[in-house]
Design a protein around this ligand. Sequence first.
Ligand code: ZN
Length: 278
Amino acid sequence: MAVHSINPFLISLFFTFFVLSSHTLFSICTALESEVEDETPFTYVEGTGKGPREWGKINPDWQVCGRGKLQSPIDLLDQRVQVISNLGKLKRDYQPAKATVKNRGHDVTVTWKEDAGKININGTYFKLLQCHWHSPSEHTFNGTRYNLELHVIHQSSNRTTAVIGITYKYGRPDPFLAKLLSHISSIGKEEKDLGIVNPGDIKFGSRKYYRYIGSLTVPPCTEGVIWTIVKKVRTVSREQVHALRNVVHDGFEANARPTQQLEGRPILLYNPVVNRGS
Ligand SMILES: [Zn+2]
Protein backbone atom coordinates (compact mmCIF):
# COMPACT_ATOMS: atom_id res chain seq x y z
CA MET A 1 0.00 0.00 0.00
CA ALA A 2 1.38 3.39 -0.91
CA VAL A 3 1.67 5.57 2.15
CA HIS A 4 1.49 9.31 1.50
CA SER A 5 2.30 12.02 3.95
CA ILE A 6 -0.35 14.70 4.51
CA ASN A 7 -1.53 15.91 1.19
CA PRO A 8 -3.72 18.99 1.54
CA PHE A 9 -4.71 18.68 -2.10
CA LEU A 10 -6.25 15.28 -1.53
CA ILE A 11 -8.13 16.53 1.48
CA SER A 12 -9.51 19.53 -0.38
CA LEU A 13 -10.31 17.26 -3.31
CA PHE A 14 -12.31 15.08 -1.00
CA PHE A 15 -14.28 17.96 0.46
CA THR A 16 -14.75 19.58 -2.94
CA PHE A 17 -16.14 16.30 -4.12
CA PHE A 18 -18.34 16.07 -1.10
CA VAL A 19 -19.62 19.64 -1.15
CA LEU A 20 -19.95 20.39 -4.85
CA SER A 21 -21.31 17.21 -6.34
CA SER A 22 -24.90 18.12 -7.13
CA HIS A 23 -25.75 14.48 -6.76
CA THR A 24 -24.39 14.51 -3.25
CA LEU A 25 -25.91 17.86 -2.41
CA PHE A 26 -29.32 16.61 -3.36
CA SER A 27 -28.78 13.42 -1.48
CA ILE A 28 -27.60 15.10 1.68
CA CYS A 29 -30.99 16.77 1.91
CA THR A 30 -32.84 13.52 1.47
CA ALA A 31 -30.56 10.91 3.03
CA LEU A 32 -32.27 8.51 5.36
CA GLU A 33 -35.81 9.67 4.79
CA SER A 34 -36.24 6.19 6.04
CA GLU A 35 -34.86 2.79 5.41
CA VAL A 36 -37.53 0.39 4.30
CA GLU A 37 -39.31 -0.96 7.35
CA ASP A 38 -40.81 -4.39 7.97
CA GLU A 39 -41.25 -7.06 5.36
CA THR A 40 -40.16 -5.65 2.04
CA PRO A 41 -40.77 -6.38 -1.62
CA PHE A 42 -37.07 -6.82 -2.37
CA THR A 43 -34.80 -9.80 -1.95
CA TYR A 44 -31.09 -10.60 -2.04
CA VAL A 45 -31.56 -13.43 -4.53
CA GLU A 46 -30.87 -12.63 -8.21
CA GLY A 47 -33.26 -14.22 -10.69
CA THR A 48 -36.33 -13.66 -8.52
CA GLY A 49 -37.16 -10.37 -10.28
CA LYS A 50 -36.62 -8.62 -6.96
CA GLY A 51 -32.91 -9.25 -6.51
CA PRO A 52 -30.27 -6.52 -6.04
CA ARG A 53 -29.87 -5.90 -9.79
CA GLU A 54 -33.63 -5.22 -10.05
CA TRP A 55 -34.04 -3.01 -6.96
CA GLY A 56 -34.02 0.19 -9.05
CA LYS A 57 -36.96 -1.05 -11.13
CA ILE A 58 -39.21 -2.31 -8.33
CA ASN A 59 -40.35 1.10 -7.11
CA PRO A 60 -39.99 4.54 -8.78
CA ASP A 61 -38.60 5.87 -5.51
CA TRP A 62 -35.80 3.31 -5.67
CA GLN A 63 -34.35 4.27 -9.09
CA VAL A 64 -31.09 5.42 -7.57
CA CYS A 65 -30.43 1.79 -6.54
CA GLY A 66 -29.92 1.08 -10.25
CA ARG A 67 -28.68 4.40 -11.63
CA GLY A 68 -26.82 5.98 -8.71
CA LYS A 69 -23.14 6.81 -8.90
CA LEU A 70 -22.54 6.88 -5.13
CA GLN A 71 -23.84 3.45 -4.20
CA SER A 72 -22.75 1.22 -1.32
CA PRO A 73 -21.28 -1.17 -0.37
CA ILE A 74 -17.91 -1.11 -2.17
CA ASP A 75 -14.73 -3.12 -2.23
CA LEU A 76 -12.04 -1.36 -0.20
CA LEU A 77 -9.05 -2.03 -2.38
CA ASP A 78 -5.64 -1.12 -0.98
CA GLN A 79 -4.41 0.26 -4.32
CA ARG A 80 -7.26 2.74 -4.50
CA VAL A 81 -6.99 4.03 -0.96
CA GLN A 82 -5.43 7.38 -0.11
CA VAL A 83 -3.78 7.24 3.31
CA ILE A 84 -4.33 10.39 5.32
CA SER A 85 -3.25 11.07 8.88
CA ASN A 86 -5.21 14.25 9.54
CA LEU A 87 -8.68 13.07 8.58
CA GLY A 88 -9.26 13.19 12.32
CA LYS A 89 -9.76 10.62 15.03
CA LEU A 90 -13.30 9.29 15.03
CA LYS A 91 -14.84 10.91 18.08
CA ARG A 92 -17.58 8.89 19.73
CA ASP A 93 -19.52 10.27 22.63
CA TYR A 94 -22.07 7.56 23.38
CA GLN A 95 -24.12 6.97 26.50
CA PRO A 96 -26.32 4.10 27.74
CA ALA A 97 -30.00 4.58 26.87
CA LYS A 98 -33.27 2.66 26.52
CA ALA A 99 -33.47 0.60 23.35
CA THR A 100 -35.71 -1.87 21.57
CA VAL A 101 -34.99 -4.68 19.14
CA LYS A 102 -37.09 -5.45 16.08
CA ASN A 103 -37.10 -7.98 13.30
CA ARG A 104 -37.54 -5.86 10.16
CA GLY A 105 -37.75 -8.99 8.04
CA HIS A 106 -34.59 -8.17 6.10
CA ASP A 107 -32.54 -7.55 9.24
CA VAL A 108 -32.51 -7.29 13.03
CA THR A 109 -32.41 -3.70 14.26
CA VAL A 110 -31.66 -2.24 17.69
CA THR A 111 -33.15 1.28 18.02
CA TRP A 112 -32.29 3.67 20.83
CA LYS A 113 -35.44 5.36 22.13
CA GLU A 114 -33.62 7.98 24.18
CA ASP A 115 -30.52 10.11 23.61
CA ALA A 116 -27.72 7.58 23.22
CA GLY A 117 -25.10 10.14 22.29
CA LYS A 118 -23.38 11.13 19.08
CA ILE A 119 -20.29 11.09 16.92
CA ASN A 120 -18.37 14.10 15.61
CA ILE A 121 -17.16 14.16 12.01
CA ASN A 122 -15.23 17.29 10.98
CA GLY A 123 -17.08 19.34 13.60
CA THR A 124 -20.58 18.11 12.71
CA TYR A 125 -22.52 16.08 15.27
CA PHE A 126 -24.43 13.00 14.19
CA LYS A 127 -26.87 11.55 16.69
CA LEU A 128 -26.90 7.78 17.22
CA LEU A 129 -30.20 6.27 16.06
CA GLN A 130 -29.93 2.52 15.55
CA CYS A 131 -27.76 -0.41 14.55
CA HIS A 132 -28.38 -3.58 12.54
CA TRP A 133 -26.45 -6.49 11.06
CA HIS A 134 -25.76 -7.91 7.60
CA SER A 135 -24.47 -11.41 7.00
CA PRO A 136 -22.13 -11.94 5.24
CA SER A 137 -20.37 -8.57 5.28
CA GLU A 138 -21.40 -5.99 2.68
CA HIS A 139 -18.11 -4.12 2.34
CA THR A 140 -15.23 -6.26 1.20
CA PHE A 141 -11.51 -5.75 1.77
CA ASN A 142 -9.41 -6.46 -1.33
CA GLY A 143 -12.23 -8.68 -2.56
CA THR A 144 -12.57 -10.64 0.69
CA ARG A 145 -16.06 -10.80 2.15
CA TYR A 146 -16.22 -11.56 5.88
CA ASN A 147 -19.00 -13.22 7.90
CA LEU A 148 -20.85 -10.28 9.42
CA GLU A 149 -21.10 -6.49 9.27
CA LEU A 150 -22.63 -4.16 11.85
CA HIS A 151 -24.03 -0.82 10.68
CA VAL A 152 -24.34 1.90 13.30
CA ILE A 153 -26.61 4.63 11.95
CA HIS A 154 -26.31 8.30 12.92
CA GLN A 155 -28.01 11.44 11.65
CA SER A 156 -27.15 15.14 11.80
CA SER A 157 -29.60 17.97 12.41
CA ASN A 158 -29.78 18.56 8.64
CA ARG A 159 -30.64 14.89 8.12
CA THR A 160 -27.30 13.77 6.70
CA THR A 161 -26.66 10.15 7.54
CA ALA A 162 -23.34 8.84 8.82
CA VAL A 163 -22.88 5.10 9.14
CA ILE A 164 -20.09 3.28 10.95
CA GLY A 165 -19.50 -0.22 9.56
CA ILE A 166 -17.67 -2.91 11.51
CA THR A 167 -16.83 -6.26 9.92
CA TYR A 168 -16.40 -9.61 11.68
CA LYS A 169 -15.02 -13.03 10.84
CA TYR A 170 -15.73 -16.28 12.71
CA GLY A 171 -13.82 -16.60 15.97
CA ARG A 172 -14.42 -15.50 19.53
CA PRO A 173 -17.93 -14.17 20.35
CA ASP A 174 -18.61 -10.46 19.96
CA PRO A 175 -19.30 -8.97 23.42
CA PHE A 176 -21.98 -6.51 22.21
CA LEU A 177 -23.98 -9.28 20.49
CA ALA A 178 -23.43 -11.56 23.49
CA LYS A 179 -25.38 -9.13 25.68
CA LEU A 180 -28.28 -8.99 23.21
CA LEU A 181 -28.41 -12.56 21.99
CA SER A 182 -31.08 -13.99 24.29
CA HIS A 183 -33.38 -11.12 23.30
CA ILE A 184 -32.60 -11.50 19.61
CA SER A 185 -33.25 -15.24 19.66
CA SER A 186 -36.73 -14.68 21.09
CA ILE A 187 -37.95 -11.75 18.97
CA GLY A 188 -41.49 -12.21 17.74
CA LYS A 189 -43.39 -9.92 15.42
CA GLU A 190 -43.45 -7.07 17.89
CA GLU A 191 -40.73 -4.64 18.82
CA LYS A 192 -39.17 -5.83 22.06
CA ASP A 193 -37.85 -3.73 24.94
CA LEU A 194 -34.19 -4.30 25.72
CA GLY A 195 -33.97 -1.97 28.71
CA ILE A 196 -30.78 0.07 28.80
CA VAL A 197 -28.27 -0.69 26.03
CA ASN A 198 -24.82 0.88 26.14
CA PRO A 199 -23.59 1.70 22.60
CA GLY A 200 -20.15 2.05 24.15
CA ASP A 201 -20.14 -1.77 24.20
CA ILE A 202 -19.70 -1.69 20.41
CA LYS A 203 -15.95 -2.17 20.10
CA PHE A 204 -13.81 -0.94 17.20
CA GLY A 205 -10.47 -2.46 18.15
CA SER A 206 -8.59 0.05 16.00
CA ARG A 207 -8.43 3.75 15.31
CA LYS A 208 -7.85 3.16 11.60
CA TYR A 209 -10.84 3.62 9.38
CA TYR A 210 -11.86 4.11 5.75
CA ARG A 211 -14.01 7.07 4.76
CA TYR A 212 -16.02 7.51 1.57
CA ILE A 213 -19.36 8.90 0.39
CA GLY A 214 -21.95 6.29 -0.47
CA SER A 215 -25.55 5.25 0.06
CA LEU A 216 -27.89 3.20 2.15
CA THR A 217 -27.35 -0.45 1.17
CA VAL A 218 -31.07 -1.30 1.11
CA PRO A 219 -33.81 0.38 -0.92
CA PRO A 220 -34.34 3.30 -1.38
CA CYS A 221 -30.48 3.29 -1.60
CA THR A 222 -30.45 7.01 -0.72
CA GLU A 223 -27.09 8.65 -1.51
CA GLY A 224 -25.02 11.18 0.43
CA VAL A 225 -24.25 8.82 3.30
CA ILE A 226 -20.91 9.42 5.02
CA TRP A 227 -19.39 5.97 5.50
CA THR A 228 -16.79 5.10 8.08
CA ILE A 229 -15.56 1.51 7.87
CA VAL A 230 -13.36 0.36 10.72
CA LYS A 231 -10.24 -1.19 9.21
CA LYS A 232 -9.86 -3.93 11.78
CA VAL A 233 -11.85 -7.10 11.14
CA ARG A 234 -13.20 -8.23 14.51
CA THR A 235 -14.56 -11.67 15.48
CA VAL A 236 -18.03 -13.10 16.03
CA SER A 237 -19.02 -16.67 16.90
CA ARG A 238 -20.88 -18.89 14.42
CA GLU A 239 -23.68 -19.22 16.99
CA GLN A 240 -24.14 -15.46 17.07
CA VAL A 241 -24.34 -15.20 13.28
CA HIS A 242 -26.74 -18.16 13.16
CA ALA A 243 -28.97 -16.51 15.76
CA LEU A 244 -29.23 -13.37 13.63
CA ARG A 245 -29.90 -15.44 10.50
CA ASN A 246 -32.57 -17.57 12.19
CA VAL A 247 -34.62 -14.57 13.22
CA VAL A 248 -34.95 -12.75 9.87
CA HIS A 249 -37.54 -13.83 7.32
CA ASP A 250 -36.96 -16.66 4.85
CA GLY A 251 -34.81 -15.49 1.96
CA PHE A 252 -33.02 -12.87 4.04
CA GLU A 253 -30.62 -15.21 5.87
CA ALA A 254 -27.97 -13.78 3.57
CA ASN A 255 -28.68 -10.05 3.50
CA ALA A 256 -25.60 -8.51 1.91
CA ARG A 257 -25.92 -6.37 -1.20
CA PRO A 258 -23.21 -7.04 -3.82
CA THR A 259 -20.44 -4.44 -4.01
CA GLN A 260 -21.11 -1.45 -6.26
CA GLN A 261 -18.90 0.45 -8.73
CA LEU A 262 -16.64 3.06 -7.17
CA GLU A 263 -17.31 5.54 -10.06
CA GLY A 264 -14.13 7.48 -9.34
CA ARG A 265 -14.93 8.22 -5.71
CA PRO A 266 -11.99 8.76 -3.39
CA ILE A 267 -11.59 6.32 -0.50
CA LEU A 268 -9.61 7.75 2.35
CA LEU A 269 -7.85 5.72 5.03
CA TYR A 270 -7.27 7.44 8.33
CA ASN A 271 -4.03 6.09 9.71
CA PRO A 272 -2.80 7.94 12.79
CA VAL A 273 0.59 6.20 12.56
CA VAL A 274 1.59 7.87 9.27
CA ASN A 275 2.91 11.05 10.80
CA ARG A 276 4.59 9.59 13.83
CA GLY A 277 8.16 10.82 14.13
CA SER A 278 7.97 13.24 11.22
ZN1 ZN B 1 -27.14 -1.79 6.82
